[in-house]
Ligand binder design. Sequence first.
Ligand code: NAP
Length: 259
Amino acid sequence: MDLGIKGKRAVICASSKGLGFGCAQALAAAGCDLVMNARGQEALEAAAEKIRSEHGVSVEAVAADITTDSGRADVLSVVGSADILVNNAGGPPPGMWHDWDRDDFIAALDANMLSPIAMIKALVPGMMERGWGRVVNITSQSVKAPIPQLGLSNAARTGLTGYVAGTSRQVAGSGVTINNLLPGIHATDRAQALDGPVAEREGITLEEARARRSATIPVGRYGTLEEFGSVCAFLCSQHAGFMVGQNILLDGGATNATI
Ligand code: NAP
């Protein structure tokens, strides 16, 4: 399917690895020119070069912490204006409800709620002026089915979801759509980081921990970056112009719910 976005300028935050990288690859395959971002310069440059060589699109790479004011300023100074924005950042650490203090909540809100909101506020006005734009926020299945040990993530991402619900309807009339993509378990470093403590606690190998978790997913495996990126690219396509303020779950059927 021709996604109709060849030549569009796309910013993908936190994209040297994992789900962000999957989105960057799929948008490049659709012919978009990219601005990619992550904190670690070496991995970011390698990811950018891989996409340049495989897809022949222009890729600018900005090493910066997207959860800080100065990091976002660095990214935005290179971006200028954009047609497509994919918001992403690392997720907050797991823990217990009684261990989190105000600073932990502020850090989680900064990373997973206020940073994407700041990027939206910086780039959506230009999209509205030009009459076309796409924003996809990478959130989590925990928005629909909260994960107890990820209370910081549950809180911050639900806050972003509420903001998007209203904002997406305020900007839709200008040709700009904002939607959220909710990953379940995908085979990334983040998933591995969550499997590690489980393996340790249960006295099993990482492979066994992964197999146990896979068994809780109806498709019987973790999702792939390619699957995730393809859905992101579709949400950013010309075909998705009537999809506004939605929360699209990509979890292999793990969340047992009708809506
Ligand atoms: P990942 O494999 O660890 O990759 C994270 C990427 O983001 C890396 O490129 C990392 O590079 C970059 N990054 C992290 N923090 C950043 C920051 N502050 N500023 C700029 N770049 C940053 O993670 P992932 O699995 O793709 O997860 C992406 C998001 O989806 C996370 O919020 C995660 O909680 C959420 N999620 C993931 C899953 C899953 O199964 N994978 C499920 C539900 C939700 P640097 O470290 O070099 O900055």
